[in-house]
Design a protein around this ligand. Structure first.
Ligand code: SF4
Ligand code: SF4
Length: 132
């Protein structure tokens, strides 16, 4: 079978997400993680706090999460290698559905990886230094 994007079943069926550091958890220019009220409520129930508390702690404006300087989602544990989404069971709909049954663009486009990979390395290096 030819190795074409149509055949990237690992990237398409999300199995690859289990082995990925979460490239899509970093904000890029022009991209927004859009949160619905149900997403905020699900995360509030996950933490056992009110929706307002989640909005105060984690939201930037009305409908997206804050990000760190490196663009990582505030809920991403960028200091460890695996299980990086700290609200995985309660993650927002957009996070669940991305890349919408298409091949993952981060695995298709070396330019995207080049932008994000150094940020991942940097986060892990800082965590390593702090652990010394
Ligand atoms: S959608 Fe792509 S970038 Fe995001 S976790 Fe899955 S494989 Fe990684
Ligand atoms: S909520 Fe979790 S999956 Fe969604 S962007 Fe943040 S860290 Fe990534």
């Amino acid at each position: 079978m030819p190795n074409t994007p149509e055949n990237y079943t690992l990237a398409r069926n999300k199995s690859f997400c289990n082995f990925c550091p979460g490239y899509c958890c970093y904000r890029l220019p022009g991209s927004t993680l859009y949160l619905h009220a149900e997403d905020i409520n699900r995360i509030a129930r996950h933490f056992g706090v009110s929706d307002g508390e989640i909005r105060n702690r984690y939201l930037e404006n009305k409908n997206t999460f804050k990000t760190r300087e490196d663009g990582s989602c505030i809920l991403l544990a960028n200091d460890r290698m695996c299980k990086r989404c700290t609200v995985h069971e309660a993650r927002p709909t957009q996070c669940r559905e991305f890349p919408y049954n298409n091949p993952c663009p981060y695995l298709e486009n070396p330019g995207l990886l080049e932008m994000i990979h150094p940020r991942i390395e940097q986060g892990l290096a800082v965590a390593g230094d702090e652990g010394r």
